[in-house]
Write a protein that binds this ligand. Sequence first.
Ligand SMILES: Cc1cc2nc3c(=O)[nH]c(=O)nc-3n(C[C@H](O)[C@H](O)[C@H](O)COP(=O)(O)OP(=O)(O)OC[C@H]3O[C@@H](n4cnc5c(N)ncnc54)[C@H](O)[C@@H]3O)c2cc1C
Length: 405
Amino acid sequence: MISYTLSDEHRELRETVAAFARDVVRPVIGGYYERAEFPYDLVARMAKLGLFGLPFPAEFGGMDGDLFALGLALEELARVDSSVAITLEAAVALGAMPIYRFGSEAQRRRWLPDLCSGEHLAAFGLTEAGGGSDIPGGMRTTARLEQPDADGAAGGPAEAGERAGEWVIDGTKSFITNSGTAITSLVTVLALTGGAPGGPREISAIVVPAGTPGLTVGPEYSKVGWCASDTRELAFASCRVPEDHLLGPRGRGYAQFLEILDEGRIAIAALAAGLAQGCVDECLRYVGQRSAFGHQIGYYQAIQFKLADMEARANGARLAWYDAAARLVAGEAVKKRAAIAKLTASDAAMANARDATQIFGGYGYMNESPVARFYRDAKVLEIGEGTSEVQRMIIARELGLPRSG
Ligand SMILES: Cc1cc2nc3c(=O)[nH]c(=O)nc-3n(C[C@H](O)[C@H](O)[C@H](O)COP(=O)(O)OP(=O)(O)OC[C@H]3O[C@@H](n4cnc5c(N)ncnc54)[C@H](O)[C@@H]3O)c2cc1C
C-alpha cells in the first residue's frame, strides 16, 4: 500500500525550502532572470541547506534522503522560480545520480562528496543536434579507447583487462544544463563506443572533468525561459580522459540513461507541480488587489472558476509525482508512472501559466511580473527530459500497444 503522507522530516524540509524560496529567492530572482545571469549566491545558499546532497547517503556527504525529498525541494523552489529549481534538478538527478547509481566505489568516493556539498555542479550530456528523442539513432559522439604503447604513451589498440588507457571523445552535445558555470566540475557524456554501422550501437557513459583539454564550452544560449539557469553546447575534439572514467560496464550507457530519466521525469514533474501551484499563489494575491467594474476581480465567477481549475490541476500534478516517487522509493518499477507524472504535471504547468497570465491581464505580459516568468518557464517542461510525445509513446508501450511509425 503506497502512502502519500509526509513524514515529519519531509514536512520540515518542505517548510525550510518554502521559506528559503519566499524570503531569499523571490525578492531577487527577477533581476537575475532579466540579466540572464546565473545566481551563484542563491546556489551557494541552497548548498548550505544541503539540497544538493538530498537523495544521497551521508557516507558520500549526502543528507540520507530520497527522491521524494528531492521532489519536495524542487516543488517548493519552482513554486517561486524554475531557474534555481532546474539548476538543482540537473545537478542532482542528472549530474550526480549516474555516478551514485552506476559508479564504482572509488568513483563515488572521488566525485560524490564534492557534488553533494553543492560547491560544484555536474551536468549530463545526452542530447545532440541530430536528435534528443531518438538517442540511439541520433547519436554521433564517439569515444575510442586507446591503450598505452610500449613507451607508455596512449595510442595502441585496447587489450582486454588493461585499465591504463584513455578514452578519446569526439562530437558535440546540445542544450546541456549546468555545463558551463564557474562551479561546474564534470559532465557525464553518452558516446558511441562501438557497434557495426547499421547494426546495434554500443553506447557508454564517460565522466569528463571540466577543463579537460579538447572540451570546448559554448556560450550561454539565449533562451525563452529558465533564463537564470546555465545551458550550453559542449564540443569534444580528441578530448582524452582516463579509461577509469567509464561509468559502469562498457555498452550499458543507453540502459543507464533510461533508468536515470525515469527518476529525472519524476523530479521534473515535481518541478512542474510547483510551477502550477505558484501560479495559484500569485493569482490569489493579485485578485484581491485588482479591481474592475466596482469589485475586486476575485469577486467574478469567471475568475473564481479559473482559479478552481488551476488549483485542481496543481493538485493532480502533485498527486501524480507523489505516486511515482513513492513507488520508486518502495522499489517498484515506475516507467509508466514516471511518464504519466511528467506528462500530466507539465500539462498542468502550461495550462496554469496561461490562465495566470490571463488573470493578470496586461501586467501578466510584462517581464517584471512573476506570472510572466511562469509563462516563459512552463513550455520547456513539455520538452526537456523527454517531450510530451515521448511520454505518450512510453505510456502506450507500457499498455502493450505495438511500436508505431
Ligand atoms: C533549456 C533546456 C535544457 C536542456 N538540458 C539538457 C541537459 O542537461 N542534458 C541533455 O542531454 N539534454 C538537455 N536538453 C535537451 C532536451 O532533453 C531535448 O531537447 C529533448 O529531449 C527533445 O529532443 P530534441 O530537442 O532533439 O527534439 P526532437 O527529438 O528533434 O523532437 C522534435 C519533435 O518531434 C517529436 N517527435 C520525435 N520523435 C517522435 C515520434 N516517434 N513520434 C511523435 N513525435 C516525435 C518530439 O516530441 C518533438 O515535438 C535540454 C533542452 C532544453 C530546451
